[in-house]
Write a protein that binds this ligand. Structure first.
Ligand code: GYE
Length: 387
């Protein structure tokens, strides 16, 4: 590990201490791991694994004169030296959805138990500017690798070139970046969002055909689709939207009645849906680009007295297939859950290990996913859902 060589250890507590001290002093930064949250209630930051947090508390005591002795230099014999620890700077999008929380947990769980790794996560709170700041800080710190889950696709060329020039390998995770030079990153791991969107429209095609055969279509035969979009410019939004727009273009009887920006959050979706429903109730389908927006939409539909799900006025299609959404699906409140798997921490680690062994790794790695209707689900399956 090559970080901190310019950072003299004035406290005598090791290089970690400098960082950890600034973490305590600089509340409000986006650094954290899941485990740190449970020890520092309400803190939105933190930048070390638990054992380091404990040693930093000792060091902090020394620095602030609360305790007289500091055992920080004395590391257990079994612990690797800093030089053996592979430090990964991870710029995460935020914590906007249940999917994201599960993804963060998968990443922190994967690396936190392995003393060979340190995962330093920065939460960008859905702002690309925050990601640029985090990545530049990782470069200064000389981390061994940077993982970026990009908020949006555009705008990455400059900062990725800076990382490349610093000789730090990059993995793009979850969403993608739109750069012409794919040598700027090692690999892109995540979902095939276009395939997800296509699974949704294929299901809708079959459903609308069934409705027509059963005489359940709307009076004029039109399928009115309300589209709730995720963060505009994010790969998950772009590709899921493309699948729907292409399908609408090729089905004369499908109408996109409105596209509302829900930013992948429940609160925003609830707000835009409530406003929309104040003037319009004529909806046959809601195509919602993630589960949390779906929950917000369901609340707005309930308040407007509009029924949905099996036998309801509105069919609901949602993406992610979290445990809560699957339960709604099993209960007949959501018609289709398209799966988006956030649990790829172990897969990311395998790719890193392959890279460290010198193996060639593929430029794009997709995770396995499917789609569920109530017929595909059992209570046992939902109960054991990991996210
Ligand atoms: O669908 C949504 C999250 O990029 C796959 O982002 C991710 C999406 C996911 O906020 O819930």
């Amino acid at each position: 590990m090559k970080r901190f060589f310019n950072n003299p250890d004035s406290a005598g507590c090791g290089q970690q201490t400098m960082r950890q001290f600034s973490f305590f002093a600089d509340a409000g930064c986006g650094r954290q791991t899941m485990r740190q949250f449970s020890f520092i209630p309400g803190a939105g930051c933190g930048c070390q694994t638990m054992k380091k947090l404990l040693s930093s508390l000792l060091c902090l005591s020394l620095l602030t004169g609360i305790a007289g002795t500091c055992g920080c230099q004395a590391k257990p014999e079994t612990e690797p030296t800093d030089d053996n620890v592979f430090v990964i700077g991870f710029s995460q999008v935020g914590s906007e959805s249940d999917w994201r929380v599960a993804n963060t947990k998968s990443m922190t769980d994967t690396f936190s138990d392995d003393p060979e790794y340190e995962l330093v996560m920065e939460n960008a709170r859905q702002m690309q500017e925050n990601q640029f700041t985090a990545v530049r800080r990782f470069i200064l710190e000389g981390v061994d690798m940077i993982i970026i889950a990009p908020t949006v696709e555009e705008g990455w060329l400059t900062v990725l070139t800076e990382v490349h020039d610093a000789g730090i390998p990059v993995i793009i995770m979850d969403r993608s970046v739109a750069v012409w030079d794919d040598n700027l990153y090692l690999t892109n791991v995540g979902s095939d969002f276009l395939r997800q969107g296509n699974l949704a429209v294929e299901w809708l095609e079959k459903e609308t055909l069934k409705d027509a055969e059963n005489g359940d279509e709307s009076e004029d035969g039109t399928v009115r689709i309300l589209h709730l979009q995720g963060t505009l410019g994010a790969t998950a939004q772009i590709q899921r939207t493309k699948a729907l727009e292409d399908a609408v273009a090729s089905h004369g009887d499908w109408e996109l009645i409105s596209q509302l920006d829900g930013d992948f959050t429940e609160a925003k979706a609830y707000e835009v849906m409530t406003t929309y429903l104040a003037g319009n109730h004529d909806i046959d389908v809601i195509y919602s680009e993630n589960d949390n927006m779906t929950f917000g939409a369901m609340r707005a539909l309930d308040e407007a007295g509009i029924t949905y799900g099996e036998g309801g006025q509105v069919k609901i299609i949602t993406f992610d297939a979290t445990k809560e959404a699957l339960q709604y699906c099993l209960d007949g409140k959501i018609n289709l859950c398209v799966e988006c798997n956030p649990l790829f921490g172990p897969q990311v680690k395998e790719l890193i290990e392959a890279y460290r062994r010198g193996d060639t790794i593929p430029k794009h790695v997709y995770v396995n996913e499917t789609a569920y209707t109530a017929k595909d689900l059992t209570q046992e399956f939902v109960d054991t859902r990991e996210y």
